[in-house]
Design a protein around this ligand. Structure first.
Ligand code: PEP
Ligand code: MG
Length: 757
């Protein structure tokens, strides 16, 4: 039996010479089949390449030379067509026994019994087939197949640099990657988009496959392993702050692979056979993929995704291509593909070019989704196996309204989608026309509809939607998009610009809410070790009160920016009334200082708190006299009420906002503040959904602060509702909860012709 490493290595050395030679492409291929045939001690060696959609015999040693450029196979036809079509390896003792065998008399192949073939893959697509044949009816040894696969990798470089194949027509890496495919997910941000797939973490294209210096390649891989291990350890250490959306379980698996000596050894062996570091990583990965495909186990498939992530990470480290698609500059009409994203990562993308996002994970109230909603970018989440179906550059139709996406659509699918897209735009335009409509209910109640914002760029939406103001300005977004802590002057400038842009409409500035899934690398809390539950940990006001400098700077920036105007300040995650007092005291002290400096002061200051921590609801009698307004943050409130992490994709669909427990809770808050001089608003994502907003109106909520895209739809809804009627119905449902309150509400709305989609 052959020593695979030694033989692959000697073949590679010879191939390297052939590739470097000045002969014509055809002459090179003719030499290549001789080299491989001799190297693998094989009677036949042939290369089929893709031309005009067919696999054509380009060179052979052992078959009739008259068949060269004559024998052609279609996709799926014969053994060669099967190998390319399925991007799989065949290893047969008796070729004629295979059901796909197709006899080609012109080749004179009848005397050869055994057959082995591997696809030649370039940029994840099959561009040809390399095969060997023997007179003896015996299967090839695994090591021989591996040598063949190694050689096929090198061939792909030769073939593509010689421009020998039609890459445009190349087939996908598997049947699942060739034709159109529809993917089902969970709607995270509604909307439609058509564009081209862009991987958040781009795959590295391998430029060179044959090593000049094997030892140097080995060192590159070792170094990359060290770096990758460092990165993973760092990510695990940062997990106490949310870790940028990657979950503990995934991190554990990453760690397992990063420290897997078996993996490292296999890559090392591939390097021994003469490959470059990049080619060796890919070579091992191809082999693993092939073996995984034979095992039909969903758990293993999940692990395979983790391993693909790690291989991609290792490849990017080794090749120094570490940036995300954002750092490379986004192409037009991009639809971003990722396993998951952090809010700061999403904010790095050019909003004008980014048309949609598709995630393997994701949940409705994760901050990345809130950011996407603010950017007006549709998001489909929880798409299982996404990255094994979609390739970089594939055409994509994203219909987040119906929770589906179609990759590589046929013209017919595209036509149907475009028709829906056009109708959708008409609907949106009709809603935009509601900009100047007062959101008044049928019984004459004026509902205040404000919008949520967080960046300077969000402000034009205020005029476009006709919202009554900004009910929640998430000041931490400025911190998230900065590499360092934003200096006070920069904060002042932003707040001033925002108030200028609001042109007299109120803007409620929420002091920084960092921590949880909004991690800031430059503001860490290391001394006390890892936080197991960052959402319930050191975040928001808890950080601000401890790092007083942070709140002081923000207080001063806000007070100065609001000179001569009314300033609305809101504190997040207030858990007990004293925390509100302490935060307000920081503002009082800054105000006093400014007074001393004879600076222009705000005309008035209104303080408010967010109700996100259920404990605060028990203390509203104490808190109420201190505040002008209370804003119910249903995103956090629900995660605490149900003890369900808002960023955990497994819980994304588990609890319903329209559930008696949440609605009873809010009803009780409304009742406890009845007759008190406190404006109550809801500023969580819940208020931007029509059915949920209807429920809130039934509870007496008259102020909403919602995502800009929802302002039109919610205004329209308001004009159709009689609050007395919905309040009456709600009272009944809360007293005697039906089995599904959602179903009751839907039926109630439908009976009145109110569309709650
Ligand atoms: C909330 O928790 O409901 C909220 C509005 O705040 P954020 O989503 O920023 O945590
Ligand atoms: Mg919150």
């Amino acid at each position: 039996m052959l020593d695979a490493i030694a033989s692959a290595r000697s073949i590679l050395n010879r191939l390297h010479e052939v590739m470097a030679s000045r002969s014509a492409a055809q002459a090179k291929l003719n030499t290549v089949v001789e080299v491989i045939g001799a190297g693998l001690d094989s009677e036949v060696c042939s290369i089929y390449l893709l031309r005009e959609g067919m696999l054509e015999l380009f060179a052979t040693k052992g078959l009739a030379q008259e068949a060269v450029h004559v024998t052609r196979m279609a996709l799926g036809e014969g053994l060669v067509g099967t190998i390319a079509g399925n991007v799989e390896t065949l290893n047969l003792a008796e070729a004629t026994a295979h059901p796909d065998f197709s006899f080609r008399p012109e080749t004179g192949e009848e005397k050869f019994h055994s057959f082995a073939g591997v696809p030649i893959v370039h940029r994840e697509r099959a561009v040809g087939v390399l095969c060997v044949q023997h007179v003896d009816p015996r299967r090839y040894a695994e090591v021989e197949i591996e040598a063949l696969q190694t050689v096929a990798m090198v061939l792909s470089e030769l073939i593509s640099s010689a421009g020998l194949v039609d890459e445009e027509q190349a087939w996908g890496t598997s049947a699942a990657m060739s034709g159109p495919a529809q993917m089902q997910g969970l709607t995270l941000v509604k909307g439609l988009a058509s564009g081209v797939a862009v991987f958040h973490q781009p795959r590295v294209t391998i430029e060179h496959t044959v090593a000049e210096d094997t030892e140097a390649e080995r060192q590159r891989v070792y170094l990359a392993f060290d770096r990758m291990r460092e990165q993973i350890d760092k990510m695990a250490a940062q997990a106490e702050f949310g870790g940028g959306g990657e979950h503990d379980e995934v991190l554990e698996t990453y760690k397992m692979f990063a420290y897997d000596e078996g993996w490292k050894r296999r890559i090392n062996e591939a390097i021994d056979s003469g490959l470059t570091a990049e080619a060796a990583i890919e070579r091992v990965q191809q082999h693993t993929r092939m073996r995984m495909r034979q095992i039909d186990d969903p758990l293993l498939a999940d692990r395979m995704h983790d391993l693909e992530d790690m291989a991609n990470r290792l490849m990017r480290t080794v090749s120094g291509q570490l940036g995300t698609a954002a750092s490379k500059g986004l192409r037009q009409d991009a639809i971003l593909i990722a396993r998951n994203l952090g809010p700061a990562e999403l904010l790095e993308y050019d909003k004008r070019r980014l048309k949609g996002v598709i995630l393997e994970e994701g949940s409705l109230t994760a901050h990345v989704v809130i950011v996407a909603r603010a950017m007006g970018v549709p998001v489909l989440g929880r798409v299982a196996g996404l990255r094994s179906v979609v390739r970089e550059g594939d055409a994509l139709l994203l219909d987040a309204d119906q929770a589906i996406a179609t990759v590589r659509p046929t013209p017919a699918i595209e036509d149907a989608f475009n028709a829906r897209f056009a109708r959708n735009r008409e609907k949106q335009a009709a809603r935009a026309a509601l900009r100047d409509v007062e959101p008044r209910t049928k019984d004459g109640q004026r509902i205040t509809v404000m919008m949520n914002a967080g960046l300077r760029d969000d402000m034009p939406m205020l005029g476009m939607t006709g919202a009554d103001g900004i009910g929640l300005f998430r000041t931490e977004f400025q911190f998230l998009v900065s590499a360092t802590l934003p200096a006070r002057e920069r904060q002042t400038r932003l707040y001033r610009d925002v108030m200028d842009a609001a042109a007299g409409k109120p803007v409620v500035f929420r002091t920084v809410d960092i921590g949880g899934d909004k991690a800031l690398p430059y503001l860490r809390h290391d001394e006390d070790g890892d936080e197991e539950n960052p959402a319930m940990g050191w975040r928001a006001l808890r950080v601000a009160l401890e790092r007083e400098g942070l709140l002081k700077a923000q207080a001063r920036a806000l007070l100065e920016a609001a000179g001569g105007r009314t300033l609305y300040v809101m504190f997040p995650m207030v858990s007990e009334p004293w925390e509100f007092d302490a935060a307000k005291a920081v503002f009082d002290a800054q105000l006093k200082w400014l007074k001393g400096q004879r600076k222009m002061l705000p005309e008035a200051i209104r303080y408010g708190a967010m109700l996100e921590v259920p404990a605060l609801a028990e203390m509203l009698d104490v808190l109420a006299p201190k505040i002008s307004f209370l804003s119910i943050g249903t995103n956090d409130l629900t995660q605490f009420l149900f003890a369900a992490d808002r960023a955990n994709p497994k819980l994304a669909e588990r609890y319903d906002w329209v559930s008696p427990s949440i609605l009873r809770f809010i009803a009780r808050v409304m009742k406890n503040l009845e007759g008190k001089d406190v404006d109550i608003a809801v500023c969580g994502e819940m208020g931007g959904r029509r059915l949920e907003a209807l429920a809130l109106m039934g509870l007496g909520v008259r102020r909403l602060s919602i995502t800009p895209a929802s302002v039109g739809p919610i205004k329209e809804l308001i004009t159709k509702v009689d609050t007395r009627e919905i309040a009456e119905a709600m009272k009944g449902w809360l007293a005697n909860p039906p089995q599904s309150l959602r179903a009751e509400l839907v039926a109630w709305a439908a009976a009145r012709g109110i569309d709650c989609d």
